[in-house]
Design a protein around this ligand. Structure first.
Ligand SMILES: [Zn+2]
Length: 280
């Protein structure tokens, strides 16, 4: 594959970075990324991945655009309210970069469908807004061996981590158990600032670009947290857990299962602080 004149002009400022160059740009053009959720994290992540020339982007989201999404979900417009988020996102991304393929999947991620959904994609970017999806996406990535970029945001901050299955800590290694059923706070009540979601979402795209173009050092075995009140980043070392239910020595999860989606409590981290991510 060689780049066209138009592509060389479009990507010129990143092509001249020696760590990317023609090789990295061609790798991006051949790459396929699935973004789970066209929300506060998925929107900025998708914009930068499309702008950078990731050749195929899938967007899976079963919701439609609401007015209350627009302060942070920057792919969508006022005119798009009521329309499926996946298609609103697709239209915006194709307008930004007509040279890439964008697949809109107006659906949720399910235990039954995840294998088939994830199969065409090399990297999964999880911008989902609920723990059921988050654990399911993590488990699917580990079982399928797909690199995962995890992100979460709530209030003024959030966190990012990259998972290379069986090589670095997975989401379950850090947060072993999904929240228990019981008191169930509304996922919509937590509140979030758009710029916090944007900060985390852009970091997620950045991590994906590193994996795809093969430069830098992936954010593995480190949970990067962003405190948007103080504008402070912190790095929490994490490690693979030999007892992890999905990537450990004797995994008990060998098939995907659905977790009760109405549950939205904070899981307890094994170590360090955890910025709960109930909203995206
Ligand atoms: Zn694990």
């Amino acid at each position: 594959m060689s780049l066209s004149k138009e592509q060389i002009a479009r990507y010129g400022r990143q092509l001249i970075l020696p760590e990317i160059g023609m090789r990295g740009q061609e790798q991006l053009a051949r790459a396929a990324v699935l973004i789970v959720g066209a929300g506060g994290l998925g929107c900025p992540a998708a914009l930068y991945l499309a702008a950078a020339g990731v050749g195929t982007i899938g967007i899976v989201d079963r919701e439609s655009v609401a007015l209350s999404n627009l302060h942070r979900q920057i792919l969508h417009t006022t005119d798009g309210v009521g329309h499926p988020k996946s298609r609103s996102a697709q239209a915006r991304l194709v307008a930004l970069n007509p040279g890439i393929a964008v697949h809109a999947i107006h659906d949720g991620v399910t235990a039954a469908g995840a294998r088939q959904l994830f199969a065409p994609y090399g990297v999964i970017v999880d911008g989902s807004d609920n723990f059921a999806t988050r654990y399911l996406v993590n488990d699917a990535c580990v079982l399928l061996g797909k690199p995962l970029v995890h992100g979460g945001v709530v209030h003024f901050g959030g966190q990012v981590m990259t998972v290379l299955p069986k090589r670095s800590a997975c989401f379950r290694c850090v947060f072993p158990e999904p929240p228990q059923a019981g008191a169930i706070p509304s996922c919509q009540e937590a509140g979030v600032l758009g710029t916090a979601a944007g900060t985390v979402g852009v970091l997620m795209a950045h991590e994906a670009l590193k994996l795809l173009a093969g430069f830098g050092e992936p954010l593995t075995d480190r949970l990067l947290t962003f405190d948007g009140r103080a504008s402070r980043f912190r790095e929490i070392p994490v490690r693979r857990d030999p007892a992890c239910a999905v990537c450990g020595e004797r995994p008990t999860i060998q098939e995907l299962m659905t977790i009760d989606e109405t549950v939205c409590l904070d899981p307890q981290p094994k170590e360090g602080a955890w910025h709960a991510s109930k909203s995206r």
